[in-house]
Design a protein around this ligand. Structure first.
Ligand code: SF4
Length: 334
């Protein structure tokens, strides 16, 4: 006999499961008991210690490989729920019992801790090759600022692996937003609704000249000196160019770009060969200045500082490997 709907429950069905050895059915015995209102149906929550806590799957339809479910049964009672048949293994119905007889795993947290400990121990003994941390960084950051930091980290952590892709700022943001990179480092300001943009560090640009250039010998430069010179600059739209243009415009200097190049190294070589003055990150030019291939010009009247940023997906779990690499790069997360 069909049971009327129960408020707050998804189903009234108590169909016997596949493994049940007994079945019961409501029968009208003539005393009117079938019509009697039943007491509210309570949810019964029972502890059931589990032997394992992490389930793995290899389904191409499911976007994750491991999952944790600390319960059996669910009060939400969605009619289509694929977890319902599992209640039949407990000699309970996949219908109403699934929604009202909940089993929880009191040792879930402890099992997770144990799994983490085993993984850490295997890693420490080299039994697991760590999953590489995938970083993406814009040109200057990826070519000059990050490699020494990552190199020092790998020296301290022989089991760690890091992949670094070097792109322009826009491509770095796209890679992090699409989960193709675990974290990104950018020169431009950068915005994306799915990403957290975090202040990382300050960078400073420097004006450079070939060693024999007339301005390299002049003690006190003026804004007019810079306006009269030929320039070799990064292409418009690059983070470096944006900062330089803003600084020059701020001082009313009209810059004459004789050559625009899409790569930092190309600018270095063209300036060093005598094509004009250039402006690049101080970290990029330091070595060439030390070798005497370039001269640094003092331009205190230009504000060439810029903040660099890190980007992370809001939905990305930051595990210990990623956290360790980011800390080595000078980014401490809360
Ligand atoms: S476990 Fe099943 S019943 Fe619970 S919310 Fe998910 S689909 Fe719905």
């Amino acid at each position: 006999m069909a049971q009327p709907p129960i408020k707050g429950r998804g189903t009234t069905l108590r169909m016997p499961g596949r493994f049940e050895s007994r079945d019961t059915a409501r029968v009208d015995d003539g005393w009117g008991t079938v019509e009697e209102e039943l007491p509210p149906l309570e949810t019964i929550v029972t502890a059931e210690p589990a032997r394992s806590i992490i389930s793995h799957n290899q389904s191409p339809d499911i976007g994750f490989g491991s999952s944790i479910n600390p319960y059996k049964g669910c009060e939400h009672g969605c009619i289509y729920c694929y977890a319902r048949p599992s209640h039949a293994y407990l000699n309970l119905s996949p219908g109403l019992d699934f929604e009202t007889r909940i089993f929880y795993k009191p040792n879930a947290a402890e099992l997770l801790e144990r799994a983490a400990e085993i993984e850490t121990s295997l890693r420490r003994h080299g039994a697991l090759g760590g999953t590489p941390v995938r970083l993406a960084a814009s040109l200057t950051v990826g070519s000059y600022l990050l490699p020494p930091l990552i190199g020092a980290y790998l020296g301290r952590m022989p089991q760690a692996r890091v992949e670094l892709q070097v792109e322009n700022t826009e491509a770095v943001i796209a890679a992090v937003a699409a989960f193709q990179a675990d974290a990104g480092f950018i020169e431009g300001p950068g915005e994306h609704p799915d990403l957290l943009v975090l202040p990382w560090c300050q960078d400073e640009l420097a004006v450079i000249a070939p060693p024999g250039h007339a301005l390299a010998r002049k003690r006190r430069l003026t804004a007019d000196d810079l306006a009269q010179a030929d320039w070799v600059l990064r292409e418009r739209g690059s983070g470096t160019r944006e900062v330089f243009d803003r600084a020059a415009e701020g001082r009313g200097i009209a810059i004459r770009a004789r050559l625009e190049l899409g790569h930092t190294e190309a600018v270095l070589r063209a300036v060093s060969a005598g094509a004009g003055l250039g402006c690049l990150s101080r970290a990029v030019v330091t070595e060439a200045v030390k070798r005497g291939e370039l001269a640094l010009l003092r331009t205190p009247f230009l504000d060439l500082h810029r903040p660099l940023h890190a980007v992370l997906h809001r939905a990305r779990f930051v595990g210990s490997s990623l956290r360790g690499v980011l800390a080595a790069c000078g980014l401490e997360l809360p």
